[in-house]
Design a protein around this ligand. Structure first.
Ligand code: PLP
Length: 355
């Protein structure tokens, strides 16, 4: 029976057997003891911070270069984001993290983002976290199953948020997300938070969310999508390898990432040369039928939603590397169903660009 028919006939549509099953499968996939499904990735991260005990006004160190949901979940949880610069891969830079902790000794949480499907330097960040007694919540919305030199996304943080937005490496057919953790107290707290803060039927001990996972999404992910994720990831890696080996335009800088075979290549970022015109490159790609993106053209602390808050964004240093991504990054198409001919067409189109 198809997942859709099974759920339809069961008459049970939210937080049931299918969600339990998916949570178990995804816990195995991520090597965590507990997974709690919820409505989306941003809620997973907000609830992770709340379950880990964030208090109003607590400073949370993060990267300026991410989907806006990363900063938003911090604010929604009552925290104050502090931003420091990224490394050459676009990931939170441990050197800048040390500097941030010197300038802002009250930082209590850190939220690294495994951007593009690359795992941030969790060894170094884990050491810093322990030295300073701060709590790490990982944003792995783009990094389902990603590794870096054997360290998995989710291995070091107290909890890790995943998104199953349809374009993510593992996507539902709508919005969905999950928090993964080895800590039973965090898992229990998120169970309560996701369902109106209800600890027992009709008993509400805290201000919760409505952030439940639908049976239909859980069943489809568990039975149709999760079993394909390893193959999809292998295909993404093969495409990334083809681009890295094939593209030779001197105006386009390739970014091989910190660990090619461990990355899950959610995106394939390249940088146009400093003196080149990114808009012209995007137009050239568009004309050849190549769909490209930008991740992300405006840094989170520069977004009006952040600059117009009563609390101005706290930024450590000048963020030159994050800004160079904002100004010069282009994401080439990378998804598991690109054909070899399409990959070759992307390579040829990139190499034909002369500005
Ligand atoms: C997609 C994404 C999120 C948010 O996930 P949603 O499911 O859209 O709420 C958070 N962080 C990053 C890095 C993302 O890419």
């Amino acid at each position: 029976m198809s997942a859709t028919q099974k759920v339809g006939r069961s008459g049970w549509y939210i937080l049931g057997k299918e969600v339990d099953q998916f949570e178990k499968s995804f816990a195995d996939w991520t090597h965590r003891k507990h997974v709690v499904g919820c409505a989306n990735g941003m809620d997973a991260l907000e609830m992770g911070l709340r379950a880990a005990g964030i208090k109003p006004g607590d400073a949370v160190l993060t990267t300026p270069l991410s989907a806006f949901a990363t900063a938003l979940c911090i604010v929604r949880a009552g925290g104050e984001p502090v931003y420091c610069d990224v490394d050459a891969h676009g990931l939170l830079d441990p050197e800048q993290v040390r500097r941030a902790l010197k300038e802002h000794p009250k930082i209590r949480f850190i939220m690294p983002v495994h951007l593009f499907g690359h795992v941030a330097d969790l060894d170094a960040l884990g050491d810093i976290t322990r030295e300073h007694g701060i709590t790490m919540i990982e944003d792995a919305a783009q990094a389902h199953g990603a590794q870096r030199n054997g360290v998995r996304a989710g291995d070091v943080g107290r909890a890790t948020g995943f998104s199953f937005y349809p374009t993510k490496n593992l996507g539902a057919i709508g919005d969905a997300g999950a928090l993964a953790t080895d800590d039973p107290e965090i898992a229990q707290a998120v169970h309560t938070l996701r369902n109106y803060g209800q600890s027992k039927k009709y008993v509400h001990d805290e201000i919760g969310l409505n952030s439940r996972l639908d049976e239909l999404h859980a069943a489809i992910m568990n039975e149709a999508f999760l079993p394909r994720l390893a193959d999809w990831t292998a295909r993404r890696r093969a495409i990334a390898r083809a681009y890295l080996d094939g593209i030779s335009n001197p105006r386009i800088q390739l970014l091989p990432g910190p660990d090619h075979d461990g990355s899950v290549w959610h995106l394939f970022p390249v940088m146009v040369a400093e003196n080149a015109d990114r808009d012209a490159f995007m137009a050239h790609l568009r004309q050849a039928g190549v769909q490209a993106g930008q991740h992300y053209p405006k840094l989170m602390p520069h977004q009006r939603a952040m600059t117009e808050r009563s609390e101005p964004p706290r930024v450590v240093g000048e963020l030159p590397i994050a800004q160079s991504f904002a100004d010069r990054e282009v994401s080439l198409p990378i998804h598991p169903y690109l054909t070899d001919d399409e990959v070759k067409h992307v390579i040829d189109t990139v190499d034909q660009w002369t500005d």
